[in-house]
Design a protein around this ligand. Sequence first.
Ligand SMILES: Nc1ncnc2c1ncn2[C@@H]1O[C@H](COP(=O)(O)OP(=O)(O)OP(=O)(O)O)[C@@H](O)[C@H]1O
Ligand SMILES: [Mg+2]
Length: 510
Amino acid sequence: MAQHPPVLSLQGIGKEYAATVLDGVSLDLHAGQVLALTGENGAGKSTLSKIVCGLVAPTRGSMQLGGQPFAPRSRREAEAQGVRMVMQELGLVSTLTVAENLLLGRLPHRAGWLQRGRLRALAERQLARIGLTDVDPDMPVSRLGIGHQQMVEIARNLQDDTRVLILDEPTAMLTARESERLFAQIAQLSAAGVALVYVSHRLEELRRICDRVAVLRDGRLVDDRPMAGVSEADLVQRMIGRALDDDEDRPRRPAGPVKLRLRNLSRGTAVRDVSLDLHAGEVFGIAGLVGSGRTELLRLIYGADQAEQGSVELLENGQPQPPWSSPIEAVRRRIGLVSEDRKSEGLLLPQPIRVNTTLSDLQAVASGGWLQPAKETDIVRGLVRKLRVRCRDEEQPVAALSGGNQQKVVFARWLHRDCEVLLLDEPTRGVDVGARADLYAELERMAADGRALLMVSSDLRELMAMCDRIGVMSGGRLVQVFERGAWTEQSLLAAAFSGVSEQRSEETSA
Ligand SMILES: Nc1ncnc2c1ncn2[C@@H]1O[C@H](COP(=O)(O)OP(=O)(O)OP(=O)(O)O)[C@@H](O)[C@H]1O
Ligand SMILES: [Mg+2]
């Protein structure tokens, strides 16, 4: 096939912060092609994307767009030339409405007056492109859930003048249905001649929608080839430089005494009448569709929200412990929550890794009420090494870490706390395949030490590989519990969809 000249060409792009983040990356993007950009957490994918879109200035190298020199100094400048990006960390302005965000920089006006009606109509048209018909354009974006915010960010970048579109982990917060709509749009854009770059840690997505794959390792481009014929195992090997074995045939772990007892737990329509015994030494998975009540259930257990009915009990050697009604008290009882939304609920972004890690248990790094800096540093270094957090040192602010490495810090915090019960909500979102294996190994060790783990995940393969039992939630209820060995992907999905029609009819009658 004769290659047309590239739409965008990168030559020897380099970027240095304190360390070298990108080292001489040369890459061509072609019209109508979807390029998978992969690599470990911290490999430089987002930084490279931001350079193309004018958000970060390269330290060296050059770019050409349509054969002309291209050096955007802002996102706006890049967008004016049709180069756009869907950001991994949402780029929306939270104080503005959905419509204002969608048309930012292009707000319709006449003689200086904003045309509200036209703004609304344009916004509605753009939302409809990705099937977001249930979102009110006049609503502030801050009131939307993160999945919907992500969809708005995507809609914002679906413009007719787009020549290059970079999508940085666009599906990390989307449901399967929303992802499908996005893939349909990607197919349309590439058919229309847009050059696309797709960044994701979900290998099956990459293999499905991309024509070509480029791999970054430590800021260097180590591979660039057609996707056809590349297997998932190949991809892993190229990204992390080693193979991973899967242990789907692992037997069920021996379960100890009951550690956490839920009885008839209810809150509104989000969680309805959930009862469950979680045993020491077991990993219990919770599957279900987005909105089925999984996150809300974890929040009730953690004390972040209060149950309207029912009870949560922690048992120590069969003895019920005093109840708790706030996260602070939960942490005192050694119950931890790795939350789904690390930005708003998890991390103190301007603070260093050290502070973010040890705040779960300052007692452990103090003596006689005084903080022991040397001891603290030692402990944090150990965790950083164990989880392979990619950072300059433990004093680096969390804000300067890549997305996947921020997630590892959340996890490090709860390892530090040495929890009896650990609640995990989508713990591996945005985490690369190698680091995911590291997290799984830690969970494995915690279970072997007799901890009880409750893990929500939308990744059924992850649940099937890790869990001893999987409970499926639908419409706020725990509709079915499967023992290891008794589930199939189909049976889990069937259970997840089982309560949907019932819920819909209640909503419409309400
Ligand atoms: N503002 C900054 N200051 C210092 N270092 C930074 C800054 N932004 C990014 N880095 C560093 O650059 C490296 C690459 O980060 P980048 O976000 O590009 O990785 P990534 O490949 O997108 O990773 P992930 O898969 O986790 O999203 C990381 O080691 C990160 O710590
Ligand atoms: Mg990134």
